[in-house]
Write a protein of this length. Structure first.
Length: 177
């Protein structure tokens, strides 16, 4: 390994470059290849999907809760730090990142009552259709499938970007008559 004697080196002025650090075809090409690889790996506008909870309200829609549910959510906010973190994350996406960000597109997926089960039909809505204590079960595998589809399907992404969809298992269809 070669060493360089810097005992006689003079400090450089602003804008000066050491002769050994000047561009060479090899270093320029290596830098370009690194940048090209990074640009190839990252999409132009990254997608950010936050798995949140149906207990976090959509700030844009001003979702209404009954007084008892509001009281329980207030207790959760103060007593259970992860719930407060969920609310803070949603607030950050709405207020700091916003809907017109040129650097990041986001979606906050809000599953209802999580359970373990296989993939099944599911519904996605803009707001909860049940109360806090009467939620519909949602399989974790359905949440994972929906989040994967958000990444892969541009039309689906365009539907839900900058929004907070609620996902829940589909209700079984009753056979009429």
């Amino acid at each position: 390994m070669a060493t360089t004697d810097v005992s006689h080196a003079q400090p450089l002025g602003r804008g000066e470059v050491r002769p050994e650090a000047r561009r060479s075809p090899t270093t320029s090409r290596a830098r370009f290849d690194g940048i090209r690889r990074k640009c190839f790996i990252l999409p132009m506008v990254p997608k950010f999907i936050l798995m949140n909870t149906v207990g976090v309200p959509n700030l844009e829609l001003h979702e209404k809760r009954r007084w008892f549910e509001r009281g329980v959510l207030t207790l959760l906010r103060w007593l259970i730090p992860p719930h407060n973190d969920n609310e803070t994350a949603a607030q950050h996406l709405h207020e700091t990142v916003g809907k017109q960000s040129e650097y990041l597109e986001w979606c906050s997926v809000r599953p209802d009552s999580l359970i373990n089960a296989e993939v099944s039909p599911y519904d996605v809505t803009e707001s909860p259709v049940t109360g806090l204590f009467s939620g519909r079960p949602t399989t974790r595998s359905n949440v994972a499938r929906f989040m994967t589809q958000l990444i892969e399907d541009e039309a689906l992404w365009d539907t839900w970007k900058f929004k907070m969809p609620v996902i829940m298992n589909a209700q079984p269809r009753s056979s009429g008559s």
